[in-house]
Design a binder for this molecule. Sequence first.
Ligand SMILES: Cc1ncc(COP(=O)(O)O)c(C=O)c1O
Length: 273
Amino acid sequence: MKIWLDGGLQDIESARVSVFDHGLTVGDGIFETVKAVDGRPFALTRHLDRLTRSARGLGLPDPDLDEVRRACAAVLEANPMPLGRLRITYTGGHGPLGSDRGDQGPTLVVAVGETARRPDSTAVITVPWTRNERSALAGLKTTSYAENVVALARAHAHGASEALFGNTAGRLCEGTGSNVFVVLDGEIHTPPLASGCLAGVTRALAVEWTGARETDLPLDVLERADEIFLTSTLRDVQAVHRVDGRELPGVPGPVTAKAMRVFEERSGDDLDP
Ligand SMILES: Cc1ncc(COP(=O)(O)O)c(C=O)c1O
């Protein structure tokens, strides 16, 4: 297995980053997860745009996107697999032990791991913790993901694959690694970016391709929505068959089934939409 580090491919067994890397010591880093089908990345341009936005949000230097593209291509070529999770990680680099950033420049790692196609439907839970829509990190894809680790572990303990958060105002926000959509009276809605959710690449494509509306929704809309689905890089569009104790019968419902179909067709037509 090969990864990209320090400007070239390295063996995963011997590749090393500093134990003082600011990404490790304080979570000062950003990342992207990109789906790779038969060695080809999906929607890479959108992911790289977001990588730059996240870097700017953290005050990191803009990543060298030519290098990141070269790294992705090299890692995919060196590690052939049918369905891959391509992971780009970019951190503050070697630094002091506190929150001040060092001056030795960022660390870039690109790695890939094999993954399986997700099931067509899944169970979710809501969690009592909130997304802070006014956080300095709102909307940035940072490596400070420990809140997601805790929430996802709780979801797994309840037989679910995702945990959904409300924000500090009690409005529906997002999952630990996905965006959420609800169907009300035949119309598709998803929380606006002002809810504090990540601007998901899959969310944006789903909005574009299904005509879903961005609507400020209360968290308890999940108790009455006719249909619910998740979007993310590795879930694409995935129906929800249970939310907390509530079973949603006949999943995927007609609107979700159509969204799944449209997403599959459109994403098959264009690898970099
Ligand atoms: C917090 C969060 N929300 C939403 C998403 C979905 O974004 P995307 O569709 O770009 O994968 C992710 C990404 O995995 C995420 O980490």
